[in-house]
Design a protein around this ligand. Structure first.
Ligand SMILES: [Ca+2]
Ligand SMILES: [Ca+2]
Length: 138
């Protein structure tokens, strides 16, 4: 985990780079698919939902969350990914929804750079690194 500065433009550029974004999403999908059945279950998705900072997006940074409230948000996020509602998220659903979320996040951030603590292999971190390579953070 490290603290990075990012703004909406950084994220939009990353998402619009079809090749780089597609590759990152595929890579992430296979990482999350721990039982390697080609689809993501709720349990497999949960880890990524936690990393996507969805709580901050829903409630704002530094807000304390009730566990039940947190669980509800994650469940509704999962349903958002699962377009055909079969209880599993496949690669297409994952890519489409990840794109939507990233763009929504970019909208929320706007053009004012903010500091965020990011996990090293998260998509947001990839967006940042793509923007400001060759800067390498430890
Ligand atoms: Ca799986
Ligand atoms: Ca599905």
């Amino acid at each position: 985990m490290s603290v990075e500065v990012l703004d909406g433009t950084t994220i939009v550029r990353f998402v619009e780079d079809e090749e780089a974004f597609g590759e990152c999403v595929r890579e992430l999908f296979w990482q999350l698919d721990t039982d390697k059945d080609g689809v993501l279950s709720y349990a497999e998705m949960l880890k990524e939902l936690q990393r996507m900072r969805v709580l901050e997006i829903h409630f704002g940074v530094d807000v304390k969350h009730e566990p039940e409230e947190v669980a509800r948000v994650y469940e509704s996020m999962f349903l958002q990914f699962d377009h055909d509602l079969n209880g599993r998220v496949d690669m297409e659903e994952f890519k489409e929804e990840t794109k939507e979320i990233m763009l929504a996040m970019a909208n929320g951030l706007g053009s004012v750079p903010v500091q965020m603590a990011l996990e090293h292999d998260s998509l947001l971190m990839k967006a940042v690194q793509r923007e400001c390579s060759p800067k390498i953070s430890a």
